[in-house]
Design a protein around this ligand. Structure first.
Ligand code: B1M
Length: 219
């Protein structure tokens, strides 16, 4: 493998993500921070481990229980790294973003990273959580009057629900009140365009950039 991340190769990261006690992952994050590695880079390193587990799951090497343990360890890392990402990058409130993972989908790790980075860049974030239906998205747009609505989907089967939400906003006369950004593993720029979203981002860093652009600010 030969690709060392803080003394660990990708297999080492995978082992750490699959450790059901979840202690090693915090130790790893602390060491990487001490080495001066940017917290977002640490997320990316850990995400490579998750990718490997996802691929192994497809091949029958890992099971749903492995997805659960690795997902929960990743969330521990997010909680640990959160204060380090937010530190010193704040600023005036730039805009309000409502975020949610669409109905039928309970993956929230990428969305949580996006939420943290947006907050670190001066956005107010209302996180609706996972498995969010069209009605809840529409209500949140009415209630919170956000500048931007962000939807995340990790499953090919839930991705089409994003279009349904956009249609629901149109039917309620809310579509023109808000800019829409979509993202998540199976989502593409072409798909985003085809459903009438205003922006697409491949990862959370690009997500922040696109949100700034949507508000007419320099990224
Ligand atoms: Co799931 N799962 N999972 N899973 N899971 C995937 C997504 C999968 C690709 C694994 C695989 O087979 N290779 C596969 C989907 C296949 C498909 O649809 N084509 C899959 C499956 C099949 C399933 C179940 C159906 C398994 C089952 O039960 N039989 C089930 C579905 C449950 C459901 O949602 N209804 C399921 C369940 C789970 C867990 C709950 C156990 C757990 C999630 C825990 C959690 O999120 N709290 C889990 C996990 C951990 C994964 C993998 C391994 C990792 C996902 C992850 O967090 N990645 C995943 C394989 C993989 O992705 N490699 C897999 C790290 C995260 C940082 O990346 O979320 O992509 P990601 O976010 C990125 C970008 O996409 C982007 O920014 C982030 C990075 O900066 N981004 C946005 C995301 N949202 C954005 C929004 C934006 C902008 C950018 O704007 C608004």
């Amino acid at each position: 493998m030969g690709d060392k991340l803080g003394g660990l190769d990708v297999r080492g990261i995978v082992e750490m993500l699959l450790d059901f006690k979840g202690e090693k992952i915090i130790e790893f994050c602390r060491e990487r921070l001490d080495e001066g590695v940017d917290p977002y880079e640490i997320f990316k390193e850990l995400s490579r481990g998750l990718d490997e587990i996802g691929r192994g799951y497809e091949r029958g090497r890992y099971f749903t229980s492995d997805l659960i343990v690795s997902g929960s360890n990743m969330k521990k890392a997010i909680e640990f790294l959160k204060p380090h990402l937010s530190r010193g990058r704040g600023g005036p409130r730039r805009g309000r973003v409502v975020l949610g993972t669409v109905k039928g989908d309970i993956h929230d790790i990428g969305k949580s990273i996006l939420a943290i980075l947006l907050q670190a860049n001066g956005f107010e974030v209302i996180d609706l959580g996972i498995d969010v239906d069209e009605e809840s998205f529409a209500k949140a747009v009415e209630e919170w009057q956000p500048d931007i609505l962000g939807m995340s989907a990790l499953l090919t089967s839930t991705m089409p629900y994003m279009e349904r939400v956009i249609k629901a906003l149109e039917e309620r006369g809310l579509r023109d009140r808000v800019k829409i950004i979509v993202g998540g593993r199976p989502v593409t720029r072409e798909f985003a365009k085809s459903i009438g979203a205003d922006a697409y981002a491949e990862d959370a860093v690009e997500g922040v950039r696109r949100c700034l652009e949507l508000l007419g600010e320099e990224p």
